[in-house]
Design a protein around this ligand. Structure first.
Ligand SMILES: [Zn+2]
Length: 169
């Protein structure tokens, strides 16, 4: 195994890996499954509702999500593609790689995701509200996009101190 899942940690902005475009996962191996399991663990510890590969230092097209925090509600999306639908809605978002930062992000309210699961099988799911938003936020991470890229001038002022602390760390 190239990656030791036990050593994975959540990386913080401005770690360069967060700005990379992540690469597709060629095959769902035991290594990928172990990484996904560790990401689920880190997501719950944080606690958060989603975590993407680049956030644990891996430029892999993979993210995990859990909209309710219930152990049975863990989801793994490998090589996802996303289509969005519905009207745009604004909602405050945080990010485990940007502690103390909140940004009001406008996104379509619904989405359909196609991905590969932990067994290497393709699946499709549709959602609205929180889950659709988590998908869009995590999908952005796979393309190196962060919520601070979507800040309004007001958000920029409100988050100035937190961002400066991260950039100076
Ligand atoms: Zn995030």
């Amino acid at each position: 195994m190239v990656v030791d899942p036990a050593k994975l940690r959540i990386v913080l902005y401005p770690e360069p890996v967060l700005r990379q475009v992540a690469q597709p996962i060629a095959e769902v191996t035991d290594e990928v499954r172990a990484v996904a399991a560790r990401m689920i663990e880190l997501m719950h510890q944080a606690p958060g509702v989603g975590l993407a590969g680049p956030q644990v230092g891996l430029p892999w097209r993979l993210f995990v999500a859990n909209p309710t925090g219930e152990p049975g509600d863990d989801r793994v999306y490998i090589n996802p593609t996303l289509t969005t639908a519905g009207s745009n809605t604004a909602r405050e978002e945080g990010c485990l790689s940007l502690p103390e930062v909140t940004v009001e992000v406008i996104r379509p309210e619904a989405a359909t995701i196609r991905a590969t699961n932990r067994d290497g099988e393709p699946f499709e799911d549709s959602a609205g509200d929180l889950l659709a938003r988590i998908w869009q936020h995590e999908y952005d991470h796979l393309d190196g996009v962060l919520i601070i890229d979507k800040m309004s001038p007001i958000d920029r002022m409100a988050n100035k101190r937190a961002l400066r602390a991260l950039e100076g760390a």
